[in-house]
Design a protein around this ligand. Structure first.
Ligand SMILES: *Cc1c(COP(=O)(O)O)cnc(C)c1O
Length: 349
């Protein structure tokens, strides 16, 4: 990897970050008159901890990662945007990403006026490291990988990911939003092996907490330091911090939800396979399945009429006539299946 100082934008390297009252005085006191807060309406009148130390200590135990290698963001979307802003000079640098993948990498690059270079997976949605590396140039600062990938649902080959981590001189962001649903190993414990690795995880999927907006980035501490420099001072509000402290206590609840979803996923796949309109179900390591049907637009529209919403991915690269179906409860999945069966009758008659 190139040294971080050379990789980072100069304005970010020399930036003096905003220093809040809570940055300048941390600790216990009797009277706080330093932040222009209201003295009334406790418990929400005070600014929250800008570095979310209590939350990070819990996450540190949960993930077995040191506190100074953890960044918390307003969803994963925040670290995605910040990493681009930290490393990419607008109109000059570029980022490379697998195609198809999660749409936010491209949007975040475009908002920052940073060129986005999509590199196609093969028709089985597999990653070819050499092909990714061949599409990088001297101005490529970041490679975005997503495993298990969205919307293709598959886990990317570990050895191909390693090749990229070893050979690429810039930052590799590996988005593991769906890792809890996968039998494959996370790269979380390889941060010491790969100083250019940033692993993204989230509380939005397996933990069932999409509404509280809490995403995690894990990386070597110098990268975390840069993220902390650039973020909004109070990016994680107190309600979210309090809620996650409670939720983290109950990992068994999360684990049992994951087990249920994996069971429901298996049943859903088996039932979908019996339907003539289903042409192909792609292998999944996530809480959704990508399904190729005869005419995705027609099926999508029919399901909307039945008040069932899936994601039509038909216009996405390599996903022609594909629907992305999130695994729901048993009842929700049965409702979907019975609607799809009804559709066959409608077409036949
Ligand atoms: C859902 C998802 C996320 C989660 O985003 P949040 O902002 O944390 O809710 C991240 N990456 C991928 C690939 C996703 O599909």
């Amino acid at each position: 990897m190139i040294s971080l100082d050379k990789l980072v934008r100069k304005n970010i390297l020399s930036l003096t970050p905003y220093s809040s009252a809570r940055d300048e005085f941390k600790g216990e006191a009797e009277v706080f008159l330093d932040a222009n807060e209201s003295p009334f309406n406790s418990p929400y009148n005070r600014y929250p901890d800008p570095l979310q130390l209590k939350v990070k200590e819990k996450i540190s135990v949960l993930k077995n990662i040191p506190v100074d290698q953890i960044f918390l963001g307003n969803g994963s979307d925040e670290p995605i945007d910040l990493i681009i802003r930290i490393f990419c000079e607008p109109t000059k640098d570029n980022v490379v990403a697998i195609d198809p993948t999660y749409g936010m990498y491209k949007v975040a690059a475009q908002i920052n006026n940073v060129e986005y270079i999509p590199v196609s997976l093969n028709e089985n949605f597999e990653l070819d490291a050499q092909n990714i590396l061949n599409n990088c140039n001297a101005s490529t600062k970041i490679i975005f990988l997503c495993s298990p990938n969205n919307p293709t649902a598959n886990y990317l080959d570990e050895h191909e990911i390693r090749k990229i981590l070893q050979q690429f001189e810039g930052i590799v962001v590996l988005d593991e939003a769906y890792i809890d649903f996968s039998a494959h190993k996370s790269f979380l414990h390889e941060l010491d092996t790969y100083p250019n690795l940033v692993v993204l995880q989230t509380f939005s999927k397996a933990w069932g907490l999409a509404a509280i907006r809490l995403g995690m980035a894990f990386a070597q501490k110098d990268i975390i330091h840069l993220l902390n420099k650039v973020k909004y001072p109070y990016n994680i509000n107190l309600l979210t911090q309090q809620h996650i402290l409670k939720a983290i206590e109950d990992t068994e609840k999360k684990n049992s939800w994951v087990r249920t979803i994996l069971q429901n996923r298996q049943e859903l796949i088996e039932q979908l396979q019996t339907l003539p309109l289903v042409q192909r179900i792609y292998p999944t390591d996530a809480n959704f399945v990508l399904v190729k049907v005869q005419d995705a637009n027609v099926v999508y529209q029919f399901l909307v009429e039945q008040k069932i919403i899936v994601r039509n991915r038909s216009n996405v690269h390599l996903c022609n006539n594909c629907l992305r179906i999130t695994v729901g409860t048993k009842e929700e999945n049965l409702q979907l299946l019975s609607a799809l069966k009804k559709m066959k009758i409608k077409i036949d008659s």
